[in-house]
Design a protein around this ligand. Structure first.
Ligand code: NIG
Ligand code: FE
Length: 411
């Protein structure tokens, strides 16, 4: 099966040589080819170049992209797409003056979602979640990480992970799974957090490893949730079961989560709304990707990750949605990119690098997606006719996507 796209106004994020991720000043560079062609073969990118060199051979499908652009599909490295029910009541409570913390303290928040999820059957959970997955695919996401963490019992955590596995089997989008059992301390363990962590480590992690239900391990390292010591414990146990750390840190308080993540070679440290100078320094010259979640800042009215300061200090940065029922009921990467430009003063080039190649790295998919590179999956966005790629973040609240291709097939 071969496809030729011809007369592409601009082919974006073209990387001839493999690159793991982009850091610092290099993030301002977004390589493109104007007036380009692109060839797909059996779901992979097989060739591209300037229209002057467009092959004259025959193809199964030829698409004329005059006036339109092509870029790699979005890589959303942090989501909680598998959940049951919603929390729009808490949204109204916040409008009326309660804080996110007030709501959590009275048994709402993560515990509220956990109760709903525990009561949902696996099929019901799958059916609710697949609607969100289909929605984000239509919005241009071609690779996504999905976390557990709304189960908070052994059975319900495994139920979530099995739903993620089913989604992986049934959809063409790339999916990575993360075990976030340590998302909040459940009511039954209110006075014995250590026993909860022990249960996660002794009962749940071995099942995850034997059923191959997750690649990554996460924990909410935050005042009132889990400490730096708890984080070290979970990350070490995860490592023994083959789970690589990708963790929630510095959302409301900087308590040393970045440092513990770096120490345990976390693939990513995510949120980072509150960053001290020493947190930025700790990330320099490491393989840990910082991940910003601007839709969460927007929805909760909390600070934005100081992207400018971090990139200017030479760090890489990835952008993700955090799609979840409490802090970010949106999986729209187009909005994330606009918000990063508008509120975090990232340039369009930085935001597009952060949402593609750096996002791919943050979920271990950098050899498969995130750039227009020969041999990578043909997971692509074909835009509507637009004048320049600046229009993608500029036209906020909208998107410029005409069609999405996953493994070479239009969805
Ligand atoms: O990434 N911060 C921790 N977890 C989620 C939100 C959890 C919730 O409110 O349901 C997040 O924002
Ligand atoms: Fe999250």
């Amino acid at each position: 099966m071969t496809t030729l796209f011809k007369n592409i106004k601009e082919l974006i994020q073209v990387r001839d040589q493999h690159i793991d991720f982009i850091s610092g000043a290099d993030m301002k560079i977004l390589p493109t080819i104007k007036n380009a062609f692109l060839v797909l073969e059996d779901g992979l990118i097989s060739d591209y170049g300037h229209m002057n060199d467009c092959p004259k051979t025959t193809f199964d499908t030829i698409i004329d992209a005059t006036g339109k652009m092509i870029l790699p599909s979005w890589c959303d490295s942090h989501t909680h797409i598998v959940y049951a029910g919603n929390r729009e009541g808490e949204f109204v409570d916040r409008i009326n003056g309660l804080s996110y913390k007030d709501i959590a303290n009275k048994g709402g928040g993560i515990l509220n979602s956990a109760k709903t999820l525990q009561e949902a059957s696996e099929d019901d959970l799958y059916n609710q979640s697949k609607i969100r997955l289909e929605e984000v695919m239509q919005l241009g996401t071609g690779a996504v990480e999905i976390k557990s963490g709304y189960g908070l019992t052994a059975d319900a955590e495994l139920k979530m992970l099995r739903v993620i596995k089913r989604l992986k089997e049934n959809y063409p989008i790339e999916i990575k799974a993360t075990f976030l059992g340590a998302h909040a301390v459940p009511k039954d363990y209110k006075n014995d957090k250590a026993a909860y962590l022990k249960m996660l480590i002794d009962d749940v992690m071995p099942k995850i490893a034997s059923e191959k239900l997750a690649e990554y391990v996460d924990i909410f390292c935050e005042t009132g949730y889990f400490s730096v010591e708890d984080t070290a414990l979970i990350l070490e146990a995860g490592k023994k079961h083959g789970l690589i750390p990708k963790i929630h840190v510095n959302q409301f308080n900087a308590i040393g989560g970045v440092q513990v993540g770096v120490k345990h070679q976390a693939l990513s440290v995510d949120h980072l709304e509150i960053m001290r100078d020493e947190d930025i320094t700790a990330l320099q010259n490491t393989t840990t990707m910082p991940v910003a979640l601007p839709s969460c800042s927007y929805f909760l009215s909390i600070p934005y990750t100081p992207a400018r300061k971090m990139i200017d200090a030479g760090l890489p940065l990835a952008l993700a949605t955090d799609y979840n029922p409490g802090s970010t009921p949106s999986g729209n990467m187009n909005f994330v990119i606009s918000t990063a430009c508008i509120k975090m003063r990232m340039t369009p080039e930085e935001a597009l690098n952060a949402a593609t190649i750096n996002g791919a790295y943050a979920m271990g998919l950098e050899t498969q997606v995130g750039s227009i590179t020969r041999g990578k999956l043909a997971n692509l966005i074909l835009t509507k006719p637009i004048n320049s790629y600046y229009f993608i973040p500029y036209a906020f609240g909208n998107h410029q996507i005409e069609r999405v291709f996953l493994k070479g097939e239009a969805i």
